[in-house]
Design a protein around this ligand. Sequence first.
Ligand SMILES: [Zn+2]
Length: 266
Amino acid sequence: MHQFKMCDSCQEEYQDIEDRRYHAQPNCCYDCGPTLYYVDSHNKTITDNVIDYVKRELKLGKILAIKGIGGFHLACDAKNKEAVERLRIRKNREEKPFAIMCKDLNTAYNICNISADEEKYLTSFRRPIVLLEKKNNKFDYISIDNNYLGVMLPYTPVHYLLFDDELDVLVMTSANIKDCPIIKDNEEAIKGLMEIADGFLLNNRDIHIRCDDSLIYVFEGSEYFIRRSRGYTPFPIKVNFEFEDLLSCGAEQKASFCLLKQNYVF
Ligand SMILES: [Zn+2]
């Protein structure tokens, strides 16, 4: 946060041991904190009422790139089949399922069958995408020939602001360009995603560590990883044996490997 120089009142809170913001670096102050802005397809920047603007665009069926914690999402109204199909064409992704983000747990319950264990993982602070069984075929254009949907709940303040009663399910798919690392910089996103996104919801806080959404499924109460990332990494798994210098490589998952140090698996 060092690039956001605190204004006088924030600095005062930061230094006051009796203040709840004592030594709290996260800063959402209007004067000195990070700001949201929107860049449209003509490279015009909008700074006023950004969230209202973005919601209007999503309701019109636009595809937007939204900056998150460890990268960008491509988002559109999941209930707008035409928008989702346009996203498939632009992303050159004919059949692969898209993840969705639901406004809240109730919205997710309307779409999928959710067990108590699945609810526990879905609502955990780690906020992974959880594979859940569909209730009906309503979202078959999001996951084709598949009984499951990847569902997550909002996990940044901006996500919470995007939803309302009319806009309660969004397709939120990682905005990565094929065969390239996760995009993390604003300029890179605008340049790389211009052909896919109709607009960009950005902020002026830089991403330093790329991180994709984690993807799990739940079996007999335990979580199983399809992608172990945001919320879980780099935290190691503790095992009950010790070993030095062991490398193991995934046979199936691309670029999947782990290193063992004592009884920690990274
Ligand atoms: Zn301030």
